[in-house]
Design a protein around this ligand. Structure first.
Ligand SMILES: NC(=O)C1=CN([C@@H]2O[C@H](COP(=O)(O)OP(=O)(O)OC[C@H]3O[C@@H](n4cnc5c(N)ncnc54)[C@H](OP(=O)(O)O)[C@@H]3O)[C@@H](O)[C@H]2O)C=CC1
Ligand SMILES: CC(C)(CO)C(=O)C(=O)O
Length: 320
């Protein structure tokens, strides 16, 4: 099996780097300065306990096919389709991403799709450099066939990831896990907008509570908090890497890089979509989606919105 990682940033770089370290064939697909650094120097993968320079092959696009190729897409959700555009449609694709929309988007074009629920705090620090901030051998990556089930390939992927140091069970209901993870990611926009200001976690809890109510109204199952906690164990506990504080989660990082786009349409926006479909309200997530998109478009620095301003906007929207 050869793992082709489409979007070798924080998550893709970490998964690809660990698979490579465990002896698997890996190709990292990247672009721009990141691709140049990967080509010239290799992938530098930092963890709390290690600092490795890995000569993982990299490419800017499709590579000559080989039997057993598997695509792992680890771009932000807004980049999924364009990143997969040039790849042969008979390849299996694993969506190692947050949100729950990628699998359907990919299934329109590729017939064999897998979901992966990604609990793996990581940062794309610089071109060619990624950091994974978990406990040693951390990262929880349940994987399964989309929309449900476990086939031989899902078992093989889970086994390869497990041998690479992840906790990676093959699960028959991967989307149930991904809906649970979606709830945890509704606070991404809060962190991106107001940073770690006082009041940030209350706003994130409001977004999550609203998300839970919307999933309940839509009849969508997700793990209970206890089940998720049991599964997570200490796999996603952040540990410091000396000299490298983690600024924030994946959406915060998009703003910090001035990326011009953010994943909010696929995180808070998923709750807004479901709320509209089921006829319930989702004012908190609506404001977070709108403001996060505005912040990304106007290239505001992460954490630069006063928390009172965000509270005011949510209050205003909730009152209408
Ligand atoms: N970071 C984290 O801690 C976690 C992230 N996730 C999820 O994982 C997914 C990936 O996030 P993350 O790793 O943070 O994102 P990153 O931005 O770090 O990495 C995504 C990479 O994809 C690249 N990319 C986008 N389009 C293309 C393309 N057409 N060709 C080649 N490369 C492309 C980006 O390049 P460029 O920079 O040039 O745009 C970037 O390097 C998201 O769904 C996120 O929500 C889940 C759990 C934790
Ligand atoms: C859980 C968390 C916040 C880990 O960083 C994440 O999923 C993200 O950054 O998107």
């Amino acid at each position: 099996m050869r793992y082709i990682i489409i979007g070798a940033g924080a998550v893709g770089g970490t998964i690809g780097g660990r698979l490579f370290q465990a002896g698997h064939d890996v190709v990292l697909v990247a672009r721009g300065a990141h691709l140049e650094a990967l080509d010239n120097t290799g992938l530098r993968l930092l963890t709390p306990d290690s600092d490795d320079l890995l000569p993982v092959p990299a490419s800017g696009g499709p590579v000559p096919p080989r039997a057993g190729d598997v695509l792992i897409v680890a771009t932000k959700s807004q980049d999924t389709l364009s990143a997969l555009e040039a790849w042969p449609r008979d390849l299996p694709v694993v969506c190692a991403q947050n949100g729950v929309a990628n699998e359907d988007m990919v299934l329109r074009r590729f017939s064999q799709v897998y979901g992966m629920c990604v609990w793996l705090p990581a940062t794309h620090l610089d071109p060619g450099v990624v950091a994974a901030y978990g406990t040693p051998h951390s990262g929880l990556l349940p994987v399964g066939r989309y929309p449900q089930g476990v086939d031989d390939l899902a078992h093989q992927i889970a086994a390869d990831l497990t041998k690479s140091g992840f906790v990676a069970p093959a699960v028959p209901d991967v989307m149930r896990y991904k809906y649970g993870k979606l709830l945890s990611n509704l606070g991404n926009a809060v962190e991106a907008l107001v940073g770690h200001a006082d009041g940030m976690s209350d706003l994130a809890k409001q977004a999550t509570a609203e998300g839970e109510a919307v999933l309940a109204a839509a009849g969508i199952a997700h793990p209970t908090r206890q089940e998720e906690q049991d599964l997570r164990g200490n796999q996603v506990d952040l540990r410091p890497i000396e000299g490298l504080a983690r600024g924030g989660g994946s959406s915060w990082q998009s703003l910090a890089r001035g990326a011009g786009s953010i994943e909010a349409d696929y995180l808070n926006g998923e709750i807004v979509l479901l709320a509209r479909r089921t006829g319930v309200g989702a004012p908190v997530n609506e404001v977070l989606q709108r403001e996060a998109n505005r912040f990304a478009r106007d290239r505001h620095a992460p954490g630069s919105m006063p928390v009172d301003e965000l509270r005011r906007l949510i209050g205003e929207r909730s009152a209408t």
